[in-house]
Design a protein around this ligand. Structure first.
Ligand SMILES: [Zn+2]
Length: 213
C-alpha cells in the first residue's frame, strides 16, 4: 500500500522519467524508489491449468511473466517480483503471502482461459466479487485491461467478478485472462512470442498509468 507521500514522490519520478530523453541513462533517484509489483504466473508444476492440443496454460502464463521480467528492466519506476520463474507449483496463499512480504503495491495473476465453445475468444480481467467495491483493484484492472486490449487488438470482455483467492489480501489485485486456449485463433497467438510481448507491454503500460495517477 502506497502512502500519500510515497505516491506523490512516485508520480514526480514517473514524470521525470517520462521527460528523460530516450537514450539517456535514468538517474539514480529514479532507480532507488520503484513501485514493487508482484507478477504471478498462474498454475505450474503438477498443475498445468487448461491444456488444449498440447498447449499448457502454465507455460503460456510463465512465458508472459518472464516477458514482463525482461521488459520491466526498461522501466525503473516499476520493480517486478515473481511468485515463480520456473515450472513449479506454488500454493495460492503462498503467492499472496509472498506479495505481502515483498510489500508489493499490486498483485497481478496471469492466466489463459478456456470454454467449451471454440468460437469464444477475448481478454478479460477478473476481480474477487467480495472486493467488488475495492476501488484500487478495479481502477488498476481497468487500466491494464484497456492497455492489453489496445496492444493486442483482442476482443474486450471487460472486468468480471468471481470468488477468487485474492480476497485473502488487501493488496490491489487482478487476475488477467489473456485469451482462450480453446479458441484455435487465440491459441495460435498465445504461443507466439510477439503476441505474448504485446500482452506483457500492455500489463506494464497499465501499471505505469495507474501508479502515476
Ligand atoms: Zn488459470
Amino acid at each position: 500500500m502506497l502512502t500519500k507521500t510515497s505516491k506523490s514522490l512516485f508520480i514526480t519520478l514517473v514524470i521525470i522519467f517520462l521527460l528523460t530523453p530516450s537514450g539517456t541513462a535514468p538517474g539514480r533517484a529514479i532507480q532507488s524508489t520503484p513501485v514493487k509489483i508482484t507478477i504471478d504466473a498462474g498454475h505450474g508444476g503438477y498443475d498445468p491449468g487448461t491444456t488444449v492440443s498440447g498447449v499448457n496454460e502454465k507455460n503460456v502464463n510463465l512465458q508472459i511473466a518472464l516477458k514482463v521480467k525482461e521488459l520491466g528492466e526498461e522501466h525503473p519506476a516499476l520493480d517486478f517480483v515473481f511468485t515463480r520463474t520456473s515450472d513449479e507449483y506454488v500454493p495460492l496463499l503462498d503467492r499472496l503471502r509472498y506479495a505481502e512480504e515483498q510489500e508489493s503495491a499490486g498483485y497481478i495473476s496471469v492466466h489463459a482461459n478456456s470454454f467449451w465453445d471454440p468460437e469464444v475468444q477475448g481478454i478479460e480481467t477478473n476481480l474477487d466479487r467480495y472486493r467488488a467495491n475495492s476501488g484500487e483493484s478495479k481502477d488498476m484492472a481497468e487500466l491494464i485491461q484497456e492497455s492489453i486490449v489496445g496492444r493486442t487488438g483482442a476482443r474486450d470482455r471487460g472486468i468480471r467478478y468471481q470468488r477468487l483467492y485474492t480476497r485473502h489480501t488487501k493488496i490491489p489485485s487482478a487476475m488477467l485472462e489473456v485469451g482462450f486456449l480453446t479458441s484455435p485463433f487465440e491459441r495460435k497467438k498465445l504461443v507466439s512470442s510477439s503476441y505474448r510481448e504485446s500482452i506483457a507491454r500492455g500489463i506494464i503500460q497499465g501499471l505505469l498509468i495507474y501508479f502515476s495517477r
